[in-house]
Design a protein around this ligand. Structure first.
Ligand SMILES: [Zn+2]
Length: 396
């Protein structure tokens, strides 16, 4: 009877040691395995009252094996939120169902919930929702602390997990995509920027800035990196570098190498995310202005190209001198007329009916250019070199 009791006590001591070891390393979320084998190596010395020794130590042996269990889990995955209910980032709950959706919160059972960005703003009483669908409304970016995202989540479903914890989120949108996964043009995309704390295969701290969206994560990163929206790219990059730096500091802190403790360093993560939200919005405004600027320049430049074409092909008797205005006017097909100054710079383009040309000639406001004058006019237009002030500033 005594031996059974002792066996039970030894087993129980080992059990609690193992349980606490795992929790200190990976938090309260249990490993995925229902059952796994552990092998222990120990030596006994009968002559020394059966002294037991472990080489490596008991803790080291168990830790190494627990790490192996953990290594295969792939808890953190780019472009996905972890689902505690299914214990994976691969299930259908781990990403939004639509490009307009952002991460809402964890359900009590640890399952990620999603909702449309507009809904997220409404739920938070954020009046920027009006800007979402307005032309030139820019980017709306809302900061959310991690505790808000797991306020309904139960402890037994990962609420206090250190293996995977969203420390803070910025729900932002809409980003105009170059193309959609399904081929539609320029779809709107909402993105959940998540600062995630995780654990690596050896139990080491991981800090990541994850981009979770209803599109292929690789494609999204490639599009960001391709200079698609430079200001937004810079905002994202800056935050990612900050998070990386905090990861380094937190790891040093875990080894006692810094004055600040690890949890003090992790408390700096929300600040990084708040700044990300601000710079996304600022970047969005810049992009909106830039797009507007490019669009306006395109519209301004279109007649210039057309004007040049029409000058080159101008028919005999269809180029005129306007003495009073000091311009030369070339008339092209479809009632197009283009005025140039003496230097050959394009001044303006307008529509002019043939009767209007006749009227200007009859009233001697216009004079038909001689073939020599036409040749000289064409030469000046072709050779016109714009002044510095006429050159568009480089797009930044
Ligand atoms: Zn799931």
């Amino acid at each position: 009877m005594r031996s059974v009791r002792r066996e039970h006590a030894a087993c129980d001591a080992l059990r609690t040691f193992l349980r606490d070891l795992h929790e200190s390393r990976f938090g309260r979320v249990l490993p995925r395995q229902e059952e796994a084998e552990l092998v222990l190596k120990l030596k006994a010395r009968p002559g020394e009252d059966w002294a037991l020794s472990f080489h490596p130590s008991l803790g080291e042996q168990l830790t190494a094996q627990l790490d192996d269990w953990q290594a295969g889990r792939n808890v953190y995955r780019e472009g996905r939120a972890y689902c505690f209910r299914c214990d994976t980032s691969e299930c259908e709950h781990a990403r939004p169902a639509s490009p307009l959706e952002v991460f809402k919160e964890y359900a009590p059972n640890g399952m990620p919930e999603w909702h449309e960005l507009a809904q997220a703003l409404l739920a938070a009483g954020d009046d920027r929702v009006d800007r979402l669908y307005r032309e030139g409304g820019g980017i709306v970016a809302m900061f959310q602390p991690g505790r808000l995202l797991r306020s309904r989540q139960l402890s037994s479903f990962g609420r206090s997990s250190r293996t995977y914890a969203i420390l803070a989120q910025v729900a932002a949108g809409f980003f105009q995509m170059a193309r959609g996964a399904t081929g539609e043009t320029a779809p709107r995309l909402a993105v959940s920027f998540q600062a995630v704390e995780g654990r690596g295969a050896q139990g080491e701290l991981l800090l990541r800035l994850n981009l979770v969206a209803g599109t292929d994560p690789v494609e999204l990163r490639e599009q960001l990196a391709s200079g698609w929206q430079p200001a937004l790219y810079r905002a994202w990059k800056t935050a990612a570098q900050e998070i990386e730096r905090l990861e380094r500091l937190a790891r040093e802190a875990a080894q006692g190498g810094t004055a600040e403790s690890m949890s003090e360093i992790l408390r700096r993560v929300p600040g990084v995310m708040r700044r990300l939200a601000e710079s996304l919005e600022r970047g969005g405004r810049q992009e909106a202005r830039r797009t507007h600027h490019v669009e306006r320049r395109r519209q301004e430049q279109r007649p210039v190209h057309k004007a040049l074409e029409d000058v080159r092909a101008v028919a005999a008797g269809m180029a005129f001198e306007d003495e009073k205005a000091g311009t030369t006017v070339a008339c092209g097909p479809q009632s197009r007329a283009h005025a140039f100054n003496r230097d050959g710079r394009h001044v303006t383009s307008f529509v002019l009916r043939p009767q209007a040309i006749d009227l200007r000639l009859r009233t001697r406001r216009w004079r038909v250019l001689t073939p020599e004058e036409v040749a000289e006019f064409k030469r000046r237009v072709e050779q016109y070199v714009p002044d510095q002030k006429d050159i568009a500033p480089p797009l930044s």
